[in-house]
Structure formats: structure tokens, C-alpha cells
Design a protein around this ligand. Structure first.
Ligand SMILES: *[C@@H]1O[C@H](CO)[C@@H](O)[C@H](O)[C@H]1NC(C)=O
Length: 224
């Protein structure tokens, strides 16, 4: 009896570990993405290792250069994932540079597949994330240059540059070759086709006209 409980517990632990793990671990040194393969798998098919070169792990990404932040949210996210560096395939990691205009923000969003660790290179940021239901507890912090902050996988988070006359810059690493981004306002009010106003009016406890007004806005995608 005791043995079967232990076995069951071990099995459950294994199953739940697989469920909470982010990208699967590699089974070889590397599996450089072969973007031309017609085969569809989770991630990308491996390119023949004999023709892999250093360039498969490289990108002249100019991450030292400021980006244009003259958009509605005042931020610009440059994501380097496995689509941009094929060598990242199966390795469970990616990187972003984020530029913030004065008073600019990276609006509330989630990464369905990655935890994010961010450091401020220039300026300052007010950052935060919200835990899942039912607590929905908000964790926030004012970050200065050199500070580091973590956004746990899947949780809604944001960064705001509180300074009215200075831009800010951050670099972050994400624990997936393809973290994915769901920007809350864009997904809810800017979906194509739109979500029914019956659904959204009830969800947000507002009049349908308010929903229609929100749906008529241009929802900026600040990611490149
Ligand atoms: C981000 O900056 C780049 C380079 O400055 C620019 O080409 C791109 O349009 C900008 N993207 C957004 C969403 O503002």
C-alpha cells in the first residue's frame, strides 16, 4: 500500500514537473533551426550539424543602438528569439532590448512560455506584476540603473518610465526560445475579429458603447 502511494506520488511529481517546465531540455549539443524544413514539430527541425557554423548562433542585432519610441505607448521592444537566431532552437532562452520614451511604458502583457529577468541600463523604471486569481496581488518596484527584477512566467506585468525628461533602456533575458507576448489591451479590445460586445460589456461591467469605443482605438504593437 505504502509503496503504491510512493509510486503514485513519484508519478504525479513527474507529470506536474513536465507540466510546469518551460521549453523542453535539449537532447544534443544544439539543434539549429532549419527554417526551410516542411516538417512541423514543437520548435524547429534540426539543420544538419555538419553544415552548422558560428553564424547560426550570431546576429548583428545592434542592441547597443537606441530604438524609435515615437508611438502611442512610448516604448519599443526588440526581441531576439529562435526565429532571429536559429541556434537558439531547443535552448530555452532569448533576449530583448526595451527602449522607453520619457513617460513611456511597456503596457501590461504576459509571456505564456517564459520567466523574464530584466536589468535597467539607462534611466529608471517603475515595474510590476500581478499574481493569479483569487489574490491578484500587485508587486511593484522602482528600479534604478543597474537594478534587476524578475517577472514570473505567465503573470501580467509592465514597465513604466516615470521620468518626464529622460528615456530609459532595459535588457531582459527570457526563459524560452519563443516566449510569446500577449498584450492585454490588444488581445481583449483589438482582437481580429473583435470579441462580442455582449461578452466584453459583462466582463468589464461597462456599457456596450464603452466597449465599442475601446474596440475602435488603435492598439499599438510595440514589439519588433
Ligand atoms: C522600433 O524602432 C525601430 C528602429 O528605430 C523602428 O524601425 C520600428 O518601427 C520601431 N517600432 C515601433 C513599434 O515603434
Amino acid at each position: 500500500m505504502a509503496t503504491s502511494y510512493i509510486l503514485l506520488a513519484a508519478l504525479l511529481a513527474l507529470v506536474s514537473w513536465q507540466a510546469v517546465a518551460s521549453d523542453p531540455s535539449p537532447l544534443q549539443d544544439f539543434c539549429v533551426a532549419d527554417k526551410y524544413s516542411p516538417v512541423l514539430v514543437n520548435g524547429f527541425v534540426c539543420k544538419d550539424p555538419k553544415i552548422v557554423s558560428a553564424d547560426d548562433f550570431f546576429m548583428a542585432a545592434n542592441l547597443d543602438k537606441p530604438r524609435d519610441t515615437t508611438n502611442k505607448v512610448g516604448s519599443n521592444v526588440t526581441l531576439i528569439n529562435a526565429m532571429k537566431i536559429p541556434g537558439l532552437n531547443t535552448l530555452g532562452i532569448s533576449i530583448v532590448r526595451i527602449d522607453y520614451a520619457p513617460l513611456g511604458e511597456n503596457p501590461p502583457h504576459t509571456h505564456p512560455r517564459a520567466t523574464e529577468i530584466l536589468t535597467v541600463l539607462e534611466g529608471a523604471l517603475y515595474v510590476g506584476f500581478v499574481t493569479s486569481n483569487p489574490e491578484n496581488k500587485l508587486f511593484t518596484k522602482k528600479l534604478e540603473k543597474g537594478d534587476v527584477f524578475v517577472f514570473p512566467v505567465g503573470l501580467i506585468h509592465f514597465q513604466f518610465n516615470p521620468c518626464p525628461n529622460k528615456p530609459a533602456v532595459a535588457i531582459a533575458a527570457l526563459s524560452s526560445q519563443n516566449p510569446g507576448t500577449i498584450t492585454i489591451a490588444n488581445a481583449v479590445f483589438g482582437s481580429k475579429p473583435p470579441i462580442s460586445d455582449d461578452v466584453l460589456a459583462k466582463a468589464f461591467q461597462v456599457e456596450k458603447n464603452t466597449v465599442k469605443w475601446l474596440q475602435a482605438q488603435f492598439w499599438e504593437d510595440n514589439q519588433n
